[in-house]
Design a protein around this ligand. Structure first.
Ligand code: SF4
Length: 378
């Protein structure tokens, strides 16, 4: 099965930050992994500090336990040197699927497997700031050899739709994905890229079968727009408008189950927004890469119904990122810089990729207002 990823992600390698293993989320242990890990514990090949498995009557099908965590929230298999005792003692193949696959997020369809990353992983988040690699899709990325990456299996699904009732076909979907990444690569800012994509979607809504192919129609969409000199958002990169960003953040937050709510989810104040705006121009290329990482291998293309829903699914990450950036600037009391940006990216993906209900997100994007003729986000 061919594999594709963004070139930025193609060299991803776990740097053992330990961030994912210290996050107090539930890691399910499947029967196969449980058997191997239990054998490793019995033989002494693996030595956790405490009983590592939490069992219960309410586990999902196929799951025999949840990894227990210490008082600090860390998995009991995590060594003091931030290495995993299971990985070290038994190899990566012994790990539960969640551990083996994180931070990879895969979409498999008739074209092969497309892999993007969860940037809650700080190593993945920092890749978005690389300027020595093109923002482009590449085949056979070295970091992701052919394998079963699980994720969304759309091999039996209909291709994504352009609008309700009109299929794009896999070639149309692939052309759109390339167009979106090209727009994000070449636009002068993340905000202008989103505006260009919004115009592309509006242009394609009138496409009808029987004339030019959809691939040709996508090729006719502008990759960059003429710069309206009156708009500073197009000439000097700026974060998206505060009200626009907060609306997307609040909508995403509303889908988070109560058990995963956090007091730190409050909206940032004026000073946070001022500091984020001050530093945004130097990290805007990272924001474009972040949106591209949501545009590529995008599950909503299959789970939603049409490019308008897809558009809302790539607008949301930019809005959420602007809010988390303002919050981190406020907490650190300094303008947005690379380190704050990485933390903001991590929190944005923690919300969108891990805490939010995926079903509710797609439902909200379907009912939402990111219609292609909307003026925002500038
Ligand atoms: S089993 Fe290993 S990789 Fe998985 S959460 Fe625990 S320490 Fe991390």
């Amino acid at each position: 099965m061919p594999v594709r990823s963004l070139a930025l992600h193609a060299g991803y390698q776990c740097a053992h930050s330990g961030a994912c293993c210290r996050t107090p989320w539930d890691v399910p242990v499947e029967a196969r992994a449980h058997q191997v890990m239990a054998a490793g514990l019995a033989s002494g090949q693996v030595r956790p500090a405490t009983d590592p498995f939490r069992r219960g009557p309410d586990l999902p099908a196929g799951v025999v336990a949840i990894l227990r965590r210490g008082a600090d929230g860390a998995c009991t298999f995590l060594d003091a040197d931030r290495l995993c005792a299971v990985h070290r003692g038994l190899g990566a193949s012994a790990l539960p699927a969640t551990c083996r696959i994180f931070p990879r997020i895969a979409l498999t369809d008739g074209r092969g497997t497309s892999i993007t990353l969860s940037h809650y992983c700080p190593t993945a988040a920092r890749l978005l700031l690389r300027t020595d690699l093109p923002l482009a899709i590449m085949d056979a990325p070295p970091a992701f050899p052919p394998a079963d990456y699980e994720g969304l299996d759309a091999t039996e699904a209909w291709p994504p739709t352009l609008r309700p009732g009109v299929l794009m076909g896999l070639d149309g979907h692939a052309a759109w994905e390339h167009h979106a990444v090209a727009v994000l690569a070449q636009a002068p800012s993340a905000v202008s890229a989103l505006a260009t994509l919004r115009r592309s979607v509006a242009q394609l809504m009138s496409w009808q079968p029987g004339g030019a192919s959809l691939v040709e129609a996508i090729a006719a969409c502008a990759v960059t727009d003429e710069l309206p000199s009156a708009s500073p958002a197009f000439t000097t990169p700026q974060p998206p408008a505060r009200a626009w960003a907060q609306a997307r953040y609040v909508a995403a937050l509303a889908t988070v189950p109560d058990a995963l709510r956090d007091v730190s989810d409050d909206l940032p104040g004026d000073e946070g927004w001022r500091l984020a705006g001050e530093g945004w121009p130097r990290v805007d290329h990272g924001a474009r890469a972040y949106v591209a990482a949501h545009a590529f291998a995008n599950w909503t293309a299959y789970q939603g119904d049409g490019l308008r829903v897809w558009l809302a699914s790539v607008a949301a990450p930019l809005g959420v990122l602007a809010v988390t950036a303002a919050r981190h600037c406020h907490l650190a009391n300094r303008p947005l810089d690379d380190d704050l940006f990485v933390e903001a990216i991590r929190q944005a993906d923690l919300l969108l990729r891990h805490r939010a209900s995926r079903e509710a997100l797609v439902a909200g994007w379907t009912a939402g207002s990111d219609a292609p003729n909307e003026t925002g986000p500038v």
